[in-house]
Design a protein around this ligand. Structure first.
Ligand code: SAH
Length: 348
């Protein structure tokens, strides 16, 4: 017998307005929409049976049309430093990673936007097995919920889109998820505490500038000239550095927001003072910050971090030349926290 019933949809795919539209179609009172939202987003319900102030027939209808979660936790790893990494499995066999990273004052959640990645950056594990598919809005929000549930004693204060995949290659689903993360009736994390990280998709940067959202933009730069950047980031051939920098300049100017450039320091490739000097030149005058990341060694890639001395002299050079620079602390290295490492192990 074939099942002709339509596929159930994750309840988190729907905005408050969309839930109201469903209730209207079912000829149910619209005020139930707020009750449903409150159970899902505020009161910690994890299935429809928990929605105890809704009439049973409505709960049954919800159950028949919606899922509560589309992802399940396949593996949970906790680092000595409190970093929690989840390997999450979708019903179709795809998997993705989400991480929560606590520090003294905040806990940042890091979520994936795609299963696999098309962009094949040379230093990153995410693209090693190619691209599988975009994640849905519901799957992106599931990750936030599962991180909350699996980081006991912690409140997620920040959220970064720095897991597997390219957010601007799945623009609509990511943006809808961000609106739910930001909405007071949703997860309610302030826009300035949400960061999108891109490998440099110029049309995405331009589109984001028009959203009227105060979210943070990070751009994975990793090199200060086209030659080195194209070597490690094939996307640079499509969106070369001068055009990318121009788009970032326009973004900063039009939104009044600072852009963060991520710069992985890779031994023997982009970490000498000649590169530091070039980097100073290309960001000059821009409302920008540079975040240095010592490369996490990804076995199959053959890239590693420079020595501590080289890292610090690179940092100091930038600071001495008036560039706003930070150095990312390594977290969760004992639980394979570099992009895509856990998923690679799982899918092998
Ligand atoms: N596609 C987006 C988001 C995913 S990558 C982007 O490119 O920004 C998130 C961040 O992790 C990027 O800055 C990426 O360059 C960095 N990253 C990937 N592999 C890494 C490694 N081996 N060591 C350190 N950082 C890495």
């Amino acid at each position: 017998m074939t099942d002709n019933s339509p596929r159930k949809i994750n309840i988190k795919e729907y905005s408050l307005e969309e839930v109201k539209q469903v209730l209207q179609k079912w000829q149910e009172p619209l005020y139930h929409a707020r009750q449903i939202f409150s159970w899902v987003y505020k009161k910690g319900a994890r299935d429809f049976a928990a929605l105890s102030d809704l009439p049973q027939p409505l709960r049954d209808k919800l159950e028949g049309h919606f899922t509560f979660f589309d992802l399940r936790v396949a593996e949970r790893l906790e680092s000595k430093d409190g970093t929690v990494k989840l390997l999450l499995a979708a019903a179709d066999g795809n998997s993705m990673e989400a991480v929560s990273i606590p520090t003294a004052k905040r806990t940042a959640g890091c979520v994936s936007t795609q299963a696999g990645c098309k962009f094949a950056c040379g230093f990153c594990a995410s693209g090693l097995r190619g691209f599988k598919r975009d994640l849905t809005t519901g799957e992106i929000l599931d990750q936030v919920f599962l991180l909350k549930d699996n980081s006991p004693g912690r409140v997620l204060t920040h959220l970064v889109f720095m897991g597997t995949g390219e957010p601007f290659d799945n623009y609509d689903n990511v943006m809808k998820a961000i609106r739910m993360i930001n909405a007071p009736e949703g997860i309610n994390i302030g826009a300035r505490r949400i960061t999108i990280s891109t490998c440099g998709i110029i049309p995405g940067i331009q589109r984001l500038a028009g959203e009227g959202l105060q979210i943070e933009l990070s751009v994975s730069l990793h090199a200060a000239d086209d030659q080195v950047r194209s070597r490690i980031m094939p996307v640079n051939r499509k969106y070369p550095l001068p055009a990318l920098l121009e788009a970032c300049r326009a973004y900063a100017k039009n939104t009044g927001r600072q852009v963060t450039f991520e710069y992985i320091l890779i031994r023997g490739l982009n970490s000498d003072l000649r590169c530091a000097r070039k980097l100073c030149t290309i960001v000059k005058g821009m409302n920008a910050k540079i975040n240095l990341i010592p490369a996490n060694a990804v076995g199959e890639c053959g890239f590693e971090a420079p020595s501590r001395e080289e890292i610090w002299s690179f940092r100091d050079f930038l600071a001495q030349h008036g560039v706003h620079v930070t150095l990312r602390r390594e977290r969760g290295t004992d639980i394979q926290a570099a992009c895509g490492q856990l998923r690679i192990k799982y899918e092998r």
